[in-house]
Ligand binder design. Structure first.
Ligand code: ATP
Length: 502
């Protein structure tokens, strides 16, 4: 089922997955809090990544670096000079926008071919954008008391327009031409370290986890027995002072990343390309494994202008979010840009000594980078489902058991028969040692199933009269199919373990 963004935001709040941050103080744009279910979901997603890419591989190790690095790190990495987005200001409303996410198109009257103004619309998927543009163009024409056919819209973003054109472009929300020319806005959050509040104490919250890996490259190499090719993974918070945080947790100012730097021998395309392709395939397989629906995923191969100057290649894995197809994760072949920059910046040569060939060189790198929160949004969109059971509408979250916040709900059929409740309670005690499980004894059994479905609990185990009086077995109900199987009490753990942990 397709949900609108507002519906997802409201579902997340109602079910305790994600709340706006500091809500009692009217929130704080670009920040979010994970609730009881969301924090479990997030933990599971990060564990799944770590398991797939660190524990299950012999060639990847993990680190957990500090969030604030020596500020020279950001000089060497290029972030201080170049980690910025083009920004325009609206003089009228005092609002700021990302110039590359604001699109404009001239309004041309077909009969005389003259330009009567520009429409300017916010980022959106194409259909919404054209609809909004048409409405704006009509308002503009009405205002100028002109009527006529409008030429098809040819959008360009505000980084592409001339000063003369800019002078005509109305700000979003007002029809006056009041936007400044784009200028660079650095996205790093600044802070001061130590008691001095001057330029000498300025430091930055990391805008990505990757640099913490590069600056630890030598330490990891010297302390582990790892040999090229090998990877270093890190999961952790990143901060970006996004000009326009939007689309819920898709683009926030504080988020988490799961990144790997995979070091490979230097060389041309024939060397790095197979590694790059393998990482794209492995990343895609991981996303499917945690339950993203295949048909909602795609690829975006960066070429030409779309490729960062230091990158050899970059492929994004995209996801069809309710607001359009967008980047979910990026897999870049970055050459030796990073290790070289940090070698120059630090004066410590970040090279590799190949014992077999006795050669020293700076490795190249493949970088898979995935946002935890962005993946969580994709997982929620992917999992939301509606159907009908016995004529009753049901909405549920079909999370993959490995990432489901609650794995099992234990339900005693009735709550006033002591031996039955006791048997259920014993099972619950046993299961909660292994997984996050839920105890629910109130309400009709159908209602309790529905409640579990809503938060994506994959299995409900019901203890009934037969359990204690005759067969010593329980009913295990599957969330998606609603099918029930009867399983002997002492086989419940192995059964669930196969279903949940694979
Ligand atoms: P965008 O172009 O959308 O700003 P980016 O290309 O700058 O993103 P990267 O720097 O490649 O993104 O970051 C790697 C990953 O981190 C992204 O694929 C995304 O999953 C996640 N990410 C980046 N910025 C944000 C953000 N502001 N909020 C949530 N996740 C983010």
């Amino acid at each position: 089922a397709n949900l609108k963004m507002e519906e997802i935001v409201s579902l997340c709040k109602r079910r305790g997955i994600i709340f706006p941050s500091s809500e009692i103080y009217n929130g704080f744009a670009g920040f979010f809090d994970y609730g009881p279910l969301g924090s479990e979901l997030k933990r599971n997603v990060k564990d799944a990544f770590w398991k797939a890419f660190v524990h299950e591989r012999e060639d990847v190790v993990g680190i957990d670096s500090s969030i604030i690095h020596n500020p020279t790190t950001w000089k060497s990495s290029g972030h201080l000079d170049g980690f910025s987005d083009p920004m325009v200001d609206c003089r009228e409303t005092k609002l700021r926008y990302r110039a590359d996410q604001l699109y404009c198109s001239p309004v041309v009257l077909e009969e005389c071919g003259s330009t009567v103004g520009f429409v300017c619309v916010l980022e959106g998927n194409d259909e919404d954008m054209v609809k909004e543009a048409k409405a704006q163009a009509n308002r503009l024409l009405k205002e100028k008391e002109k009527k006529g056919a409008i030429q098809p819209f040819q959008f360009k973003d505000l980084t592409q327009v001339t000063e003369e054109e800019m002078a005509q472009i109305p700000s979003p929300g007002s029809n006056k031409p009041t936007l400044t020319m784009p200028r660079d806005f650095n996205l790093m959050f600044q802070t001061n370290v130590g008691a001095m509040q001057d330029a000498s104490s300025v430091a930055y919250l990391r805008p990505e986890t990757a640099q913490g890996i590069f600056i630890n490259y030598k330490n990891v190499l010297a302390s582990s027995r790892i040999k090229l090719p090998f990877g270093i993974a890190q999961i952790g918070k990143a901060f970006r002072n996004e000009i326009t945080p939007r689309n819920f947790i898709f683009r926030s100012r504080e988020f988490e990343q799961m990144e790997i730097e995979y070091f490979i021998p230097p060389g041309d395309e024939d060397v790095w390309k197979p590694y790059h392709e393998k990482w794209i395939a492995d990343s895609k397989a991981f996303l499917e494994q945690v339950g993203l629906r295949e048909e909602l995923m795609g690829y975006d191969v960066h070429e030409g202008d779309g490729l960062a100057h230091y990158a050899r290649a970059c492929t994004d894995i995209t996801f069809k979010f309710p607001f359009g197809v967008q980047e979910l994760m990026g897999i870049a072949a970055r050459g030796d840009f990073d290790l070289k920059s940090h070698s120059e910046g630090s004066g410590k040569v970040l090279d590799y000594f190949d014992e077999e060939t006795k050669e020293k060189f700076i490795p190249h790198v493949i970088e898979p980078s995935l946002g935890v929160d962005r993946l969580i949004l994709a997982l929620i969109c992917s999992a939301y489902a509606e159907d009908e059971i016995n004529g009753e509408k049901r909405s549920y979250l079909s999370f993959h058991p490995s990432i489901a916040p609650v794995k099992v709900a234990v339900l005693p059929l009735v709550k006033n028969k002591e031996p039955l409740v006791k048997a259920a309670r014993e099972l619950y005690e046993k299961l909660k040692k292994r997984w996050n499980v839920q105890w629910d004894q109130t309400g009709a059994i159908g209602r309790r199933y529905r409640r579990a479905d809503e938060v994506g609990v994959p299995f409900c185990v019901t203890v009934d009269f037969e359990t204690i009086e005759s067969d010593g077995a329980v009913t295990v109900r599957d969330r998606d199919s609603t099918e029930q199987v009867r399983i002997p009490m002492d086989e419940v753990v192995p059964y669930l373990s196969k279903m949940i942990d694979g």
